[in-house]
Design a protein. Structure first.
Length: 260
């Protein structure tokens, strides 16, 4: 079986595949202070709860935007799983051409998303990954990764607003009934949710205009449901897109491990 790990700034996404089947997946907080032993204990508990065995894991694929945690999970792989993880970067077989100025700048999660989008949903395609930042990743009609756009994440934006405005309060991230709020909380919800919907719709429209054609738009990430339910701009929601892309990368690079 294959262990796929996607380390983000906010969350660590973990999935176990038996062939193409995702047997179990979990989302944990990214904590730079946690050791490989602590994450290993959490992994073993999760596997036991899903009636899976760590002994059955014979491959691991890893992408990380947090170098310290990338090292932590690499240590976990060697110490507890006795495998050498495939570390995703532009140096491995990415499965999609990276047609950008500097391919080495493209994060492993973006590579995984690009490959999964093209293989599973076709090209041209746009992946909108809602996390600490919201990434817009663009694949051309010939299946090449041609770039994208970064926007402040929804929670990142809201946290910044609340922290810097003394009289504003924290609020639930749910869409209000109307764009015109009649109290402070409703006003905040309107601006946060509907304003972010407008950001997504505007960037998707601009990207399609530059592509010169329509494209399938795939939404993923921990916050995708908050926005996807409020707009038709996102055609497909796939919560496990990055994990699926990591599996595809592991299969493409079978026999390779330890890349950086």
């Amino acid at each position: 079986m294959l262990l796929a790990v996607d380390v983000g700034n906010t969350d660590v996404k973990v999935g176990v595949f038996d062939g193409e089947r995702l047997c179990g997946s979990w989302r944990w907080a990214s904590d730079r202070a946690r050791t490989s032993d602590e994450y290993a204990a959490q992994l073993i508990w999760a596997l036991d709860h899903a009636e899976l065995s760590s002994d059955a894991i014979d491959r691991m694929v890893l992408c990380s935007v947090v170098p310290a945690l990338g090292s932590t999970f690499a240590q976990l792989a060697g110490r507890y799983l006795h495998v050498d993880p495939l570390v995703v970067s532009s140096r491995i077989n990415t499965g999609v051409p990276l047609s950008v100025d500097n391919p080495a700048e493209v994060g492993g999660d973006r590579i995984a998303n690009a490959l999964a989008a093209v293989r599973l949903y076709g090209a041209p395609s746009i992946v909108v990954d809602f996390g600490t930042a919201t990434n817009f990743d663009v694949m051309s009609s010939d299946g090449a990764f041609v770039g994208g756009s970064f926007a402040p994440g929804l929670l990142t934006s809201v946290d910044g607003l609340v922290q810097r405005a003394a009289r504003l309060q924290r609020f639930d991230l749910v869409a209000p009934e109307r764009a015109i709020g009649t109290n402070t909380v409703a006003c905040l919800q309107s601006g946060a949710i509907f304003g972010y919907v407008a950001l997504v719709e505007g960037l998707v429209a601009r990207i399609k205009g530059e592509l010169g054609c329509d494209a399938v738009v795939v939404g993923t990430g921990g916050l995708v449901e908050i926005i996807a339910g409020q707009t038709s701009a996102i055609g497909v929601v796939d919560h496990d897109l990055t994990l699926k892309g990591l599996r595809l990368l592991a299969d493409l690079n079978s026999g390779e491990a330890g890349g950086d």
